[in-house]
Design a protein around this ligand. Structure first.
Ligand code: ADP
Length: 495
């Protein structure tokens, strides 16, 4: 999209576009990625790129000087870092234009001079603790997002909430957590794993490095011997005292009966946006994709990663991979296929399971994640259906790939990211009460959100019961929706 292209509903005239806290100036952004997100930011009217490297020390110094404080390198006590989500800067409240204007103007295009930063996780880790953020600034990632996105920690947190739920609400309620395969952390839980292994002879397990991605380092096994050999290599102490500590792995029960289409296994990438952990506010994107393996599924060849791992990074190296054919379906195609095969109701039930996975997993870290109103996170959930159409949580990514593998993929990601910016609404064009913004549907705000009457997509004809505001794989007429939304918001704001 070129710089001049109009985003539907975007009012560019100064007088017609109340910009809220940022006022009438452009929105300044930084971006550490060179892919679709950068295209989206560059194509967004009224947004301007801040060039140069990040230098948080300058940011701290510049800002603390403006605050009339000494530069200690420590975050000021009122940065709203831990848990509050309502903290203010110098007593200002978000949305209060006048108080923002009392902050002295920042020199344009200097380091740290940004309103919006799509940063990478490493940058955030290195800089967050010494960073000062103004009221209006927005930054990708929560400080300790890894509590959910490291395979071992995700399971640990889920197990803890499951136990707590069983204790407080009974065993039956604990069953709603039966969506992640039995998992142990290695080496710390090796002995418990061996006990479990012996109880279930013959089943297949999958071994995964806790902090790696794209299928790297993963293998399947059936015999304990396979893992003792591996364990020797990985975990036996060597004579070298400087040897690194052994890498943490998870060993997980392998789902042996995946749902197959055309004989092939697939998993589904679902995009979830968290704009606050306290209260928990979650959006679910309608579009995503299913990633298929290139080779027919079989349990005969468990060493064949092209059969068992659906990562695009793995599949594109398969000898018979056809880049034109690709190995993706849109979530719309998938939902249509499943609905035709099993009926709309069965599919709605299965997809309700996905909503449950999203909410329970986020609740499992709700008290641990350092909530900060400046932060947001766009997660990529990997969901696998088994042959009973039961969804299983495989993993959650805090940096889902935004590099497009083709035209359709580009359009999906471009719309996804543009709509994410629409939800964050730095331009202050919306009312804050919206339940749908482009392709994002508000799934949860301190409790479940129900769909409005008339929003009955993917529901059997004539069904008038209330349904959750969740439309994964339903029609995504985002441009039209945005046009109508902005017109409605504008008239509400006028009155
Ligand atoms: P990575 O972060 O390396 O992508 P994942 O946990 O997502 O690791 O696993 C990679 C792929 O392996 C998944 O996309 C899925 O196809 C397959 N997989 C992972 N865990 C399981 C499991 N428990 N049962 C069946 N397949 C699995």
């Amino acid at each position: 999209m070129s710089k001049g292209t109009k985003i539907p509903g975007y009012m560019q005239g100064k007088g017609r576009n109340p910009r809220g806290i940022i006022g009438d100036r452009e929105i300044r952004y930084k971006c550490s990625l060179q892919n679709t997100i950068l295209d989206v930011l560059r194509g967004r009217p009224g947004w301007q790129e801040v060039p140069g490297q990040n230098n948080v020390q300058q940011n701290v110094q510049a800002n603390t000087k403006q605050q009339g404080q000494q530069s200690t390198g420590q975050p000021p006590s009122n940065t709203g870092k831990a848990g509050s989500g309502t903290t203010t800067t110098q007593g200002t409240t978000f949305g209060n234009k006048a108080s923002f204007q009392s902050i002295p103007p920042i020199t344009r295009n200097s380091d740290g001079d940004w309103d919006f930063y799509w940063c990478d996780r490493e940058w955030l880790h290195q800089n967050y603790d010494t960073m000062f953020l103004y009221e209006h600034q927005k930054i990708l990632h929560f400080r300790n997002h890894y509590e959910l996105t490291r395979k071992n920690l995700m399971v640990k947190n889920l197990k803890r909430l499951k136990k707590q739920t069983e204790r407080e609400q009974g065993k039956a309620e604990g069953l709603s957590f039966e969506f992640f395969p039995t998992t142990y952390e290695l080496p710390s839980e090796y002995h418990i794993f061996v006990e479990e292994f012996k109880k279930n002879p013959g089943i297949i397990w999958i071994m995964k490095p806790a902090a790696r991605a794209q299928g790297r380092g993963i293998f399947l096994f059936r015999r304990l011997k396979d893992i003792t050999d591996w364990k020797k290599g990985e975990y036996q102490p060597l004579s070298d005292p400087n040897r690194d500590a052994p890498e943490t792995y998870v060993v997980q029960r392998y789902i042996e009966n995946p749902y197959l289409i055309g004989g092939r296994k697939f998993d589904v990438r679902v995009y979830v946006l968290v704009v606050s952990y306290n209260p928990l506010k979650v959006w679910l994107y309608r579009s995503g994709f299913a990633r298929f393996s290139n080779t027919r599924f079989s349990l005969d060849s468990i060493e064949d990663t092209y059969v068992h791992l659906t990562n695009v990074a793995i599949q594109k190296n398969a000898p018979d991979y056809d880049p034109d054919k690709g190995c993706k379906w849109s979530t719309q195609q998938l939902r249509k296929y499943l609905s035709a095969k099993h009926g709309v109701d069965a599919v709605r039930k299965a997809y309700k399971g996905i909503d449950n996975i999203i909410i329970k997993s986020l609740q499992s870290v709700q008290k641990i994640i350092i909530n900060d109103k400046h932060c947001f996170e766009m997660y990529g959930y990997d969901i696998l259906f088994d042959s009973d159409l039961k969804p299983w949580l495989i993993e959650i990514n805090a940096s889902p790939s935004l590099t497009a593998s083709g035209k359709e993929d580009y359009e999906l990601k471009f719309g996804l990211l543009n709509d994410l910016l629409n939800v964050l609404d730095l331009e202050n064009r919306l009312t804050g009460k919206e339940k749908r913004i482009g392709g994002w549907d508000l799934l949860w705000e301190d409790g479940p959100i129900l769909a409005d009457d008339g929003n009955m997509e993917c529901v059997p004809n004539g069904n008038t019961t209330t349904i959750p505001n969740s439309f994964l794989g339903c029609h995504n007429d985002r441009k039209r929706q945005l046009r109508e939304l902005y017109m409605a918001a504008q008239s509400v704001k006028k009155t």
